[in-house]
Design a protein around this ligand. Structure first.
Ligand code: 5AD
Ligand code: SF4
Length: 434
């Protein structure tokens, strides 16, 4: 039987969809296919911003016709959006043809939910408020070779005032380090060349034996084999010299840190409940670069948080000038029901928000282009990840996260390749193998 999975959102969700594919395989759906040929279609949703939800609504709605034509097709919707308070009932009402609704905590039940649905006409809904265990007991069908994602912890306790993640992913839970090391060892044995440790907030990792994130990272990086190690996401409030020391100690750990700053104004950072200041953040970058001079930093930025003034927005611009990020993800603030910020006064109008994001994106792009241009003539080592059908070029990333494209007449996916850069275009570098 065939399956089709539609994924929205972050790496966590991409990896969760690999787990969903693993569960579908156990339930007899072994062949990925187009939606038209699928026997089951699963949506793995995101709710971090309103537009993520609107995308999903549009695509779920579009299946009404298909479902009418193909009565046996099962449509399942799961993930963060379904976990939102009252959302499962809302989805059932809006899209009565949905067969299965499952929350973020209910992923391991998916196989039994499918079996239940096969046996009854009525839709099956399972959304529980919390989950204590950390092992899914499923072998993911991995689709990201040569990279493999490994969860180290789930949930978030930080409650940044704009963010819905703590509500839909629950409290922090760390996997036992023994389980993580076992999984990583297995993946290296299978030939994976890049391991990315995933957590909403990796610095909060602490397992039952008291192991912390820097010690876990040290242990993973000490495993034998030819692989690279990445991790995300870090929080500036938890930045530690110990973490930097571990990054510096191991060649295997990529010299790249994703450290979301969100805003450049201390007043806004306080309203966001981020628990650090602009000065502390910039101090951390200075320390990181003193210890690891070639380390690249990427970030997340939000504009038009409630009450943000033009002056305060300019502090975000000036922080971007100062911080020397290699790239940044930029977002317009999106109110999320149930979060503290959603109840704040002082919403910024759409026109101002759009103006701010345009100016920010221009600046970020200019800085990225300037950084990329410096690579022309240099040689970088990339791990080849895939083939770009449009460009007809192989592509991969160097340890700093820069994307490099090159031509080859044989399959290079999974190879470490030395590229002499001949051209830079925005964030992408083009080169020849040397
Ligand atoms: N509005 C806009 N951006 C948000 N993010 C999280 N919540 C919101 C929101 N309500 C952004 C943050 C975070 C990234 C994953 O998404 O920048 O780091
Ligand atoms: Fe959301 Fe903040 Fe937790 Fe990140 S640290 S998931 S932004 S609450």
């Amino acid at each position: 039987m065939n399956y089709h999975i539609v994924t929205y959102g972050c790496q966590m969700n991409l990896h969760e969809s690999e787990k969903i594919a693993g569960i579908l395989k156990e339930a007899g759906y072994t062949q990925p296919s187009s939606p038209e040929e699928a026997d089951i279609i699963v949506f793995n949703t995101c709710c971090i911003r309103e537009n993520a939800e609107n995308h999903a609504f549009g695509n779920i709605g579009a299946l009404k016709q298909l479902k009418r034509k193909k009565k046996d097709l099962i449509i399942a919707v799961g993930g963060c959006m379904v976990q939102e308070e009252g959302k499962a009932a809302f989805l059932k009402e809006k899209f009565p043809f949905i067969d299965i609704l499952f929350g973020t905590h209910n992923l391991p039940e998916l196989k039994s939910l499918i079996e239940k649905k096969r046996a009854q006409r009525k839709a099956v809904i399972s959304v529980t408020a919390e989950r204590a265990d950390t092992e899914d007991g499923v072998s993911p069908v991995r689709t990201s070779y040569p990279n493999a994602w490994v969860n180290i912890m789930y949930g978030c306790n930080n409650f940044c005032s704009y963010c819905i993640v703590p509500y839909v992913r629950g409290r922090e839970r760390s996997r036992a380090h023994g389980e993580i090391l076992r999984e990583v060892k297995g993946l290296i044995g299978e030939g994976y060349r890049e391991i990315t440790l995933l957590g909403q907030n990796v610095d909060s990792y602490r397992d039952g034996d008291g192991m912390t994130f820097p010690t876990l990272l040290d242990a993973v990086a000490s495993l034998g084999g030819d692989f690279r190690l990445r991790f995300m996401t870090s929080h500036p409030k938890d930045f530690s010299e110990e973490l930097v020391a571990v990054m510096k100690k191991h060649k295997k750990i990529c010299k790249q840190l994703h450290l979301p700053v969100q805003a450049g104004s201390n007043r806004i950072l306080k309203l966001m409940n981020r628990r650090y200041t602009r000065e502390k953040y910039l101090g951390e970058l200075a320390y990181l670069r003193q210890e690891i001079p070639d380390c690249e930093v990427t970030t997340d930025l939000i504009v038009a948080f409630p009450t943000e003034t033009e002056e305060e927005f300019r502090e975000t611009l000036s922080l971007v000038e100062e911080a020397d990020f290699s790239s940044a993800f930029t977002f317009i603030y999106s109110p999320r029901t149930g979060t503290k910020a959603a109840a704040m006064e002082g919403r910024i109008c759409e026109e101002t928000a759009k103006d701010r994001i345009t100016r920010l994106v221009e600046l970020v792009n200019r800085k990225t282009r300037e950084k990329s241009a410096k690579y022309v003539g240099k040689t970088i080592e990339i791990l080849c990840e895939g083939f770009d059908e449009k460009k007809k070029l192989y592509l991969g990333r160097d340890e700093y996260g820069r994307m490099g494209y090159f031509r080859s007449n044989r399959n290079r996916v999974g190879d470490f390749v030395m590229l002499k850069i001949t051209e830079a275009n925005g964030i992408s570098l083009f080169g020849e193998e040397v």
